[in-house]
Design a protein around this ligand. Structure first.
Ligand code: JDE
Length: 247
């Protein structure tokens, strides 16, 4: 069981993604627990302000430190068991390896940044890790938090069924997946590769490995560099370069 405590000024943004499909089932099975904390409820001034103008002037607004600090106190993070994360474009870029590390915690606190950013004291005194989901700017950290919850939850044992198990995901294997096909075998003259219909399991495995290598080589050479390849892999890669690449 892993618990996510999400601090947001727009908690309603989480309703449908968390009430759909695998994340819904994971909560029903008690495998994950997602709690939403409305930062505005922890703003004590009469207008319940969560943001204010920046010291030093200039445009934009800054998220205030007190409401976030008070919301965090309500969450009661357990030291050692909890990681407090700020979602921001300035963080370390999220990847599968980080998702695996995060899945080892029993509690993750996710603070969704907004406006031009948060008061620097949130970073300095309250947050343990800053995470970005990629090099682009969103309207707020909510969608980033959902990405993190989704990627971490599917690594919790029991969240995925046997058939969709995370162990052979392309990114855990370090390369891209081979092409998949299902019925019909021919549609508008678009045919499934013969080898997949041959019933020759060894040939199928070889074809799939080769296609994975081909895709990784042409689309993500950065991944290929990190892989330890077998002699068979190197033979297949040589064939790939002779066959002349994918796309
Ligand atoms: C997270 N990748 C992108 C955005 C922000 C100008 C405008 C807005 C410190 O808090 C934030 C959080 C966010 C939302 O998160 C993302 C994101 N991973 O955009 C800003 C920064 N500069 C600030």
């Amino acid at each position: 069981m892993i618990r996510f405590d999400i601090l947001s000024v727009f908690p309603e943004m989480f309703s449908s993604p968390l009430q759909t499909s695998l994340l819904k089932k994971a909560q029903e099975k008690g495998l994950i627990d997602v709690r939403l904390w409305d930062i505005r409820q922890y703003a004590e001034d009469k207008h319940r302000m969560t943001d204010d103008a920046p010291y030093g002037g200039g445009g934009g607004m800054v998220m205030k430190v007190e409401p976030i600090d008070r919301a965090l106190s309500a969450v009661e993070p357990v030291p050692g068991k909890t990681l407090v994360i700020l979602l921001t474009p300035q963080g370390e870029t999220f990847n599968q390896q980080m998702a695996e590390q995060f899945s080892q915690y029993s509690r993750l606190v996710l603070i969704c940044g907004h406006y031009e950013g948060v008061d620097e004291r949130v970073r300095e005194y309250l947050v343990e890790k800053e995470v970005s989901i990629g090099d682009y700017i969103l309207t707020g950290g909510e969608l980033s938090a959902l990405v993190l919850v989704d990627a971490v939850s599917r690594l919790i044992p029991g969240v995925l069924g046997n058939s969709e198990s995370a162990a052979c995901d392309s990114f855990s294997m370090g390369m891209l997946e081979y092409p998949h096909y299902t019925r019909p075998g021919s549609y508008r003259g678009w045919d499934v590769p013969d080898v997949l219909l041959s019933g020759n399991h060894a040939e199928i495995q070889r074809w799939r490995r080769k296609e994975s290598l081909k895709r990784t080589w042409s689309r993500r050479p950065d991944l290929l560099e990190k892989l330890v390849l077998s002699e068979e892999d190197n033979r297949l890669l040589k064939e790939v370069s002779q066959d002349n690449g994918d796309r």
